[in-house]
Design a protein around this ligand. Structure first.
Ligand SMILES: [Mn+2]
Length: 430
């Protein structure tokens, strides 16, 4: 079985690329993520006969031999199909215009270009496949949405040629603009006005930019459009919006840039998000908006790469205990040192981690047993060159409070939750 899918929160480029994919791979079963953008949902509700899509839970994953992904290259952005990641002999075909991701395809067409649909139109054109006016209209909608009607900086000449080809195939511009118009409505207007109230310009390294922090309630769609308008009105090289939903404890960060030297994608990747040089987003939970603002400024100062490395903030030398140490001794060492845990070593090699949390499992009769019977053997570690964000993400993901720092397998330090990351992350104490 061959399936074709695209990213969660499907936009028009994703949907258009999926439909183009069905024309290119007629045997592929379309799998539509359950979360799709509201304007795409609106479009699909009036074009029900467009295609017969399945939802991810309807697919028998064991039977999938070939996976076609369009408009994304990250497993995380696929709905429920992550399990395919470890499947042997799975053929993966990828069409995408994002350059960074963790899906490793058997075949790909991946280029930095305005929209994925442009790449697919190249192939449709080559094969001289007929396009109905409805398909041409949908494809142009995807192309215009991702390129801001050919005005976003990442737009390439080929995007404009692809738009021309779609017009030749009777894409309806009136329909395209009516579909894309609701992007800026009353809610968006209110957000933009709120942003403008506290707007201020900053200048660093010759870049003119603005960062705006505001509170939002619930999900406001198309904030990217709002950030772009904000940037235009302020007449700055780049603008960032930090939108905080206090009830949900999360921040959506959206950036837009019109200059090559200020790479939004790089900044967003440093914060765990993603994007292109011109546009990107990140979602940060349990972080103070002020800390995010400071981080963005740091990233711009540091040429958009997190300058602080794990090796700068880790503790060393590391206190370790031998794997044969008896539990009673471990308990008293932990108390004496006031630590919450230690790496356990054998012949100077790290073999496990013991933490205060593990002590609760030890019964009095087991106090003479060696620590190796109780330690955690699954060691999640980090390299010294990684940044505090990477460490924080690992700790949150694995629910652990410390990470041994390994340089080529050698234990050189330890980093704990309470270290400098508190500066970035307002994590709960252990
Ligand atoms: Mn796209």
């Amino acid at each position: 079985m061959q399936i074709i899918t695209t990213h969660n929160n499907t936009d028009f480029d994703g949907l258009a690329s999926m439909i183009a994919g069905i024309l290119l791979y007629p045997n592929a079963i379309p799998v539509l993520p359950r979360q799709i953008n509201p304007n795409v949902k609106g479009f699909l509700s009036i074009h029900k006969d467009l295609f017969n899509a399945q939802t991810p839970d309807e697919i028998e994953l064991d039977e999938v031999e070939s996976l076609i992904v369009v408009d994304t290259n990250s497993w995380n952005r696929l709905d429920q199909l992550k399990k395919l990641k470890n499947k042997d002999d799975l053929e993966i075909i990828m069409w995408d215009h994002h350059l960074f991701g963790d899906i490793h395809p058997s075949w790909k067409c991946q280029e930095e270009i305005g929209a994925t649909i442009t790449l697919m139109i190249r192939e449709l054109k080559k094969r001289a496949l007929a396009l109905s006016p409805m398909f041409a209209t949908l494809f142009l909608t995807g192309l215009y949405e991702d390129t801001g009607s050919l005005m976003f900086p990442l737009t390439k000449p080929e995007d404009a040629y692809a738009a021309a080809y779609l017009m030749e195939n009777k894409a309806d511009l009136t329909i395209v603009s009516s579909i894309l118009k609701p992007a800026y409505g009353e809610k968006q207007k209110a957000v933009l006005f709120e942003m403008l109230k506290s707007a201020k310009r900053i200048r660093i390294n010759g870049h003119k930019f603005s960062i705006c922090k505001i509170d939002v309630k619930g999900h406001v769609y198309n904030l990217a459009v709002v950030v772009n308008m904000y940037r235009e009105i302020l007449n700055v090289d780049a603008a960032f919006g930090i939108f905080t939903d206090r009830k949900k404890g999360r921040n959506i960060v959206i950036g837009r840039s019109i200059i090559d030297s200020l790479n939004i994608g790089k900044i967003m990747r440093s914060m765990g998000g993603g994007g292109h040089p011109g546009a990107g987003t990140a979602m940060l939970k349990s972080v103070k908006p002020k800390a995010i603002e400071e981080l963005i400024i740091e990233l711009i100062k540091g040429d958009q790469l997190s300058t602080v490395q794990i090796s700068d903030i880790m503790s060393y030398p590391v206190f370790t205990i031998d794997s044969s140490t008896k539990m009673e001794q471990v308990t008293s060492i932990l108390k004496e040192k006031g630590c919450t845990g230690f790496p356990v070593v054998e012949d100077q090699k790290i073999v496990g981690i013991i933490s205060r949390r593990d002590l609760s499992k030890v019964r009095n009769s087991q106090l003479k047993a060696p620590v190796k019977a109780f330690m955690i053997r699954d060691i999640i570690s980090i390299e010294p060159g990684k940044n505090p964000m990477d460490a924080a993400r690992l700790m949150v993901k694995h629910d652990i409070g410390r990470l041994p720092v390994l340089d080529n397998g050698k234990l050189i330090g330890i980093i704990t939750r309470s270290d400098t990351m508190l500066y970035f992350y307002d994590l709960l104490p252990e």
